[in-house]
Design a binder for this molecule. Structure first.
Ligand code: 0WK
Ligand code: 0WK
Ligand code: BGC
Ligand code: BGC
Length: 921
């Protein structure tokens, strides 16, 4: 008692400036910038805890996933119903969103319905029955048909753990809601059940959003920088767009997702104890959820009035106000509300309002009392705005750092009666935020129409994404091959292999099955120095190959470009260019006069009559030099060498790149009897039993006695008879239409590097034309054939590439994409490349099973030598191909060996074998 008297004596000395008296009394509520930065830093730590999978369960600030991955892009449209539950007013709305030509595209009908207090503390089912009946009532009053199916967005302003946009388990009630039986339950299900109990309505709840998220989306509809939502109302909370890779509880690391911080719980673990005043502790102790939502109790409207009352009550009891008189009204909980504070803080009428309010509380305030009480309100609301500023500063700094920006330009969408009605609140908040985070240019936008427009936009986005997803899935489903379909491809390939081995008038399904005149793989005795040419892949190479025997081979090679005009000029120009390159290489190697045997890898279908002669059947890939098809390519090379008359070479062998690749790998692995190219083109060769090869023209008697010969299948032509009809998509047909060998090489056009990029481009073009991508903008680049190189597929599908890197690849292609766009582009690439790998796997399964059956084996161990940029560079192609072979040819154990040195070495080995045999003859 003595202390009270001492204190009131001391303070009476200060009577002359009531605000000073209050400042001293509420010293601990007046926070300096250092203290605010300290609180901000603490909050950053709490956010990290909430985002981390390890600490989330114990974190107070839950950082809840919202499954809202993008802010509006203006293409949202449709009619939606919306419910807004949890703020000071329960609203039912109809929102019509029109394609936004310029910020005006939303019409809203809303109705506020009463929310009887007893329902807040009654049974959860009764609460939701009331909500659903109001919904039905609204439909009636607005003559909205009950028969029609309606999509609904549900703003539910309480912490919900969401595993999807249309699902959310209520973690705990806050503010003054306490309805029983809902905590731990899915509130979307509870609402849906209530709607069916009410009956006669066909409503699908497509989205559950927190009011902060609704507010961000509402403001984001007109302001694309709006990526933070803030509520300072009955309760308080904030959300923002976080990088998905930081939200450890969510799968995926690409793009962003809005996180509902639920910052109201900040401090529930004591993190703010050194800032909690006795009045805050009193508020908390008397609240319905002691120890919970501490930050909210320092900040939000539900508690601010009570805080002021407790302060004024204490000061009165200490004789600092009203000469120590305390009325019952002043002792009564809830007698001072937020609305009072708003009135007290009015510029002009603030003091008069204060007097009126205190008179209503049966007090007789002096003018100093009024000034003091007004200042108490100021200190309390100022602390609230300061604390919100500290929390916001932490969020804005995190967003800026996430994006590695020096300066962040961002907009905060705000709502809530405290922010709306307390005259100075907004200004104070803006000022302190800008002072705490000078490197963020922050704009605050007050939500014009509450959070429901946002909820409708989220529902519209959900609907758009859902229909987009559905349409994209449907489009990509045509690339999905069932095991049955793959089995059929394997069977078709087998038919093609068998038919192609038959003599010269094969059926239309026959593959060319071209004899290579290579009768064995290397046995290690090969030796000598050889020149080799490697034409037909991405690069043209001239090589010098020194085979020293017992596995050691030395290669020197030089890569030469083959300009498009040469690839598509005359045959003479092409072969003159080749000879020009050989001349340059011989110069470079200082061996102009050496007359070395040469092996010529020519990666096109050649009908060979011998190891050193082959007639070009047809050009493939990008080549179409004239006067070549039907001609012997060895003769054409010899003629070109003669034309140049500078050096002479002994062309000993012409081999297909598949054969060269097989030989290269067989030099290290004798089990290698198959060569696979998955590069610009696609093809396979393998060692076939000579007895099965009817086309033996050109084989010597000696050769006819051999057991096997390598056959170049030219599997690229599978499907020219239409056998792949049911897997060919419209996009494949477009690529084939645009190719110069229309109707030819159908299998190759589904599986090889020259075409996959084009197939992807055709799909992207179609999805864009249907408005499912790039917001429907069909840009010139997207219409440009060949712009989407297959290498982009390999890059885009790499697991290590974050989405923003995918976007930069698309940017380089002149395609301005959103996160969602890039995710879809990645999926399209994945679908096209996966199909290609599976088809090659199905083809390979046919080849290895044929070899196994050729040799009447139950089990075959065989190695495939592989080359080609698609197989080498694509992150998933080789794995998917191998998985498919394992599934479709279970009796074969197939090892895939990547050719390190390319087919040039193989060509040299074949030349060595041929040279040796010539010598042995
Ligand atoms: C209006 C929004 C609603 C939100 C409310 C918060 O439409 O979703 O819950 O603001 O402010 P309060 O009404 O609690 O002051
Ligand atoms: C490298 C080989 C060459 C083959 C090429 C295929 O040495 O013979 O043609 O691989 O892969 P691409 O370069 O077409 O991707
Ligand atoms: C709730 C939040 C809500 C906030 C503002 C808090 O009590 O936990 O979910 O966003 O109030 O309404
Ligand atoms: C050619 C084959 C070659 C394959 C891989 C195809 O276009 O017809 O001869 O093996 O491409 O380069």
């Amino acid at each position: 008692m003595f202390a009270v008297h001492l204190l009131s004596f001391y303070f009476s000395k200060l009577q002359e400036d009531p605000t000073k008296k209050v400042d001293r009394f509420l010293y601990s509520m007046r926070l300096s910038d250092e203290q605010l930065m300290d609180i901000s830093t603490r909050f950053s730590g709490e956010m990290k805890k909430g985002l981390s999978v390890e600490t989330n369960s114990t974190a107070t600030v839950k950082m809840l996933q919202t499954h809202v991955r993008s802010t509006p892009d203006g293409s949202e449209k449709g009619e939606f119903l919306a419910l807004d539950l949890g703020g000071s007013r329960f609203k039912v709305l109809q929102v019509k969103v029109r394609e936004d030509a310029g910020g005006g595209g939303v019409e809203m009908e809303e109705q506020i319905f009463p929310m009887p207090k007893e329902l807040l503390n009654g049974k959860g089912t009764e609460l939701f029955d009331h909500v659903s009946e109001c919904l039905k009532d609204f439909l009636h009053q607005k003559n909205i048909s009950l028969e029609d199916k309606h999509a609904l967005g549900f703003t539910f302003s309480f912490p919900c753990q969401q595993s999807a946009l249309d699902q959310g388990v209520l973690l705990n009630w806050s503010k003054d809601y306490r309805a029983r039986g809902l905590q731990g339950k899915d509130v979307v299900q509870a609402l849906t059940e209530a709607i069916s109990r009410t009956g006669d309505m066909d409503i699908e709840v497509l989205a559950l959003v927190n009011d902060t998220v609704g507010t961000m989306m509402t403001c984001g509809f007109d302001e694309k920088h709006c990526e933070v939502g803030l509520i300072i109302g009955t309760g308080t909370n904030a959300c923002y767009m976080e990088e998905l890779r930081h939200i450890e509880l969510v799968e995926g690391d690409e793009g962003r997702m809005c996180v509902n911080t639920e910052w109201g719980a900040f401090g529930d673990d004591g993190a703010l104890n050194d800032y909690i005043t006795e009045f805050d502790r009193e508020i908390d102790a008397a609240s319905r959820n002691p120890g919970k939502q501490l930050f909210e109790k320092l900040v939000s409207g539900l508690y601010m009035g009570e805080l002021v009352r407790l302060v004024v009550l204490k000061m009165a009891k200490l004789g600092l106000l009203f000469d120590g008189y305390v009325s019952d009204a002043l002792r009564t909980k809830g007698k001072i509300t937020n609305t009072h504070i708003a009135a007290v803080e009015q510029y002009k009428d603030g003091l008069r309002n204060t007097r009126d309010i205190l008179l209503d509380l049966d007090l007789t305030p002096s003018s100093d009392d009024c000034v003091a009480v007004q200042h108490v309100c100021t200190v309390v609301s100022f602390r609230s705005s300061n604390l919100v500023a500290a929390g916001l500063a932490a969020i804005l700094t995190r967003v800026r750092q996430n994006r590695k920006l020096k300066t962040l330009r961002i907009t905060v969408g705000v709502d809530g009666t405290v922010y709306r009605t307390l005259p100075q609140y907004a200004k104070r908040l803006h000022k302190v935020v800008r002072r705490l985070v000078p490197d963020c240019h922050v704009r605050f936008v007050l939500s014009e129409s509450g959070s429901s427009k946002g909820a409708a936009v989220v529902t519209a986005v959900a609907q758009r994404l859902a229909s987009q997803r559905q349409q994209v899935d449907k489009t990509l489903s045509s690339f999905k091959l069932s095991p049955e379909q793959l089995g059929l491809v394997k069977a078709s390939m087998r038919v093609g292999l068998e038919a192609g081995l038959k003599s010269n008038d094969p059926s239309p399904s026959a593959l060319k099955m071209l004899p290579s005149f290579v009768f064995r793989t290397p046995d290690g005795t090969e030796h000598g120095k050889y020149l080799a040419l490697d034409l037909g892949g991405t690069n043209f190479r001239v090589l010098l190959v020194k085979i020293r025997g017992s596995g050691s081979v030395q290669l020197y090679n030089k890569i030469y470009p083959i300009p498009l005009e040469i690839m598509q000029g005359t045959g003479e120009e092409l072969f003159d260019h080749i000879v020009q390159c050989i001349s340059d290489f011989l110069d470079y190697m200082g061996m102009k006069n050496a007359r070395l045997p040469l092996g010529f890898t020519f990666s096109f279908p050649c009908q060979q009559q011998a190891i050193d002669s082959g007639t070009l059947v047809s050009w493939t890939k990008g080549f179409k030099a004239t006067d070549c098809e039907g001609h012997d390519v060895v003769d054409m090379l010899r003629d070109a060498i003669k034309r140049r008359n500078e050096f002479d070479l002994d062309i000993v062998a012409v081999v297909n790149d598949t054969v060269g690749t097989m030989m290269s790998c067989a030099y290290e692995d004798p089990q290698c009897e198959i060569g696979l190219i998955a590069g610009t083109g696609s093809n396979v060769c393998y060692m076939e039993e000579l007895r099965n090869i009817e086309k033996k023209e050109g084989c010597t008697e000696g050769e006819k006695g051999k057991q096997r010969m390598c056959v170049n299948t030219e599997w690229g032509s599978l499907g020219e008879d239409g056998c792949l009809g049911d897997i060919i998509t419209q996009y494949d047909s477009q690529v084939d239409q645009q190719s110069f060998n229309h109707g030819k090489q159908r299998f190759e056009k589904l599986t090889s590097g020259l075409y996959l990029g084009e197939v992807v481009r055709q799909v992207l073009l179609d999805l864009t034309r249907r408005g499912l991508l790039f917001r429907g903008h069909v840009t010139e680049p997207l219409k440009t054939p060949g712009i989407f190189h297959t290498k982009y597929l390999s890059q885009i599908e790499s697991d290590h590439l974050a989405l923003h890197q995918v976007r930069s690849i698309l940017q380089k292609l002149g395609l301005d994409s959103t996160c969602d766009d890039s995710i879809i582009v990645k999926e399209v690439c994945g679908a096209v490349s996966r199909r290609a790998a599976q088809l090659c796997g199905a083809g390979m399964a046919a080849v290895v099973d044929k070899i196994r059956e050729n040799r009447s084996l139950d089990h075959l161990d065989v190695t495939v030598g592989v080359d080609g940029t698609l197989y080498k560079l694509h992150p998933h192609f080789s794995r998917v191909l191998q998985e498919t072979v394992r599934t479709l040819a279970p009796q074969c154990h197939v090892t895939f060996v990547l050719s390190e040195e390319g087919s040039g070495k193989g060509a040299a080995l074949i030349t060595a074998v041929a040279t040796q045999e010539q010598l042995d003859m």
